[in-house]
Design a protein around this ligand. Sequence first.
Ligand code: S3P
Length: 428
Amino acid sequence: MSILKVSPKGNFSQIIYDIASDKSISHRCAIFSMLSNKSSTIKNYLRAEDTMCTLNIISKLGAKIYDDGDIITITPPQSIKEPADILDCGNSGTAIRLLMGFLSSQSGFFVLSGDRYLNSRPMKRVADPLRSIGAMIGGRDNGEFAPIAIRGNSSLRAYNYTSQIASAQVKTAMILAALGSKGVSVYKEPVMSRNHSEKMLIAMGAQIEIDDTTLKIYPQDTPLEPLKLEVPNDPSSGFFFAVIASITENSQIRLKNMLLNDTRIEAYRVLARMGADVEFIKTDSKYEDVGDIVIKSAPLSGVEVSKNIAWLIDELPALSIAFAVAKGKSIVKNAKELRVKESDRISVVVENLNRCGIDAKEFDDGYEIEGGEFKSAKIDSYGDHRIAMSFAMIGALVPIEIEDVECIKTSFPNFIELLSKVVNTDLQ
Ligand code: S3P
């Protein structure tokens, strides 16, 4: 098991060009390229374990993939190949749930599985609505846990479905199923979740009408246009560096070429509400707004976070490190979804903050953190990449050890290299 030791190096002013490429968009590039009959070309595809699993899966489904080291060209098959083996989604919830939606309307038999963490995460949120429109899906505990088996079925019914959770994974699975069904479908969600799927599919020629949190999806009988896009850098991965810049006195960081989609930068807005100096500089807008984010340190104060949770769910562990440094108390509510991420992020954040001498308490749907002084400690990542990277930020203030850091490769392979620009790192 690898251990990462991190310790302070003093104040810094840095420009970072190569934050990991956006994970959500990269998964979608791989899967959506299968909806065309021409080659898609993707620049800056995320070459991390999660998204390489998705690329490997579409290759097992018959896509031809050519990677020149810069641009990945994906040529879809004329018809989906039935794979001879299971499709390995690794640690990726996005891969498995999106593929459940896509494969439900393809002909063939498919088994999706992953690592021990993924295979203990809930899948009925996707399996149940898909089954209600005719999809044939089995799995452990009646479809709650992977391995998930799908007998593809080309006669899925159109639907009118209201989701109880704001989940882009559920939404995307249902959009993909709707495209392969026989009539016009309507999908509603309680709050808008990240909206990359609808943007990308509309750009590819799909007929999807958006009215606030309601989508009307028309079936797609003809192939879509291919994707030609450059994936911007991932604001969720950049956020670790936003936190470290905001908690290190007299420091600043400029993150280049970042995705600036509103549903993805809410955590930066919370950091600004706490007192950090955050600036968004838009430089481009194709498929999505893209630009630089500049963050400067400033004294932070505690906040309550209880709205738009879906827009910052992945950043809450990193935001919690800022809460622990802030003056006063911070509270997170309505965030029960944190319990079913790569780890139970409510109990893991609270337990690890307590190890560092910070007063933090968990509730069923969130936690409260009283700002204080960190003491050096050993952190357990519980195999969760975002926990490992979030707690590494403490190393800007006191020496810290993070156990079990291999998981960082699932989303951000060059994380430690970038981290060593702003703190001392030692990987053992
Ligand atoms: C994602 C959606 C979110 C997010 C995950 C990526 C996506 O999950 O937490 O990291 O790419 O669609 P939910 O759909 O479960 O909210």
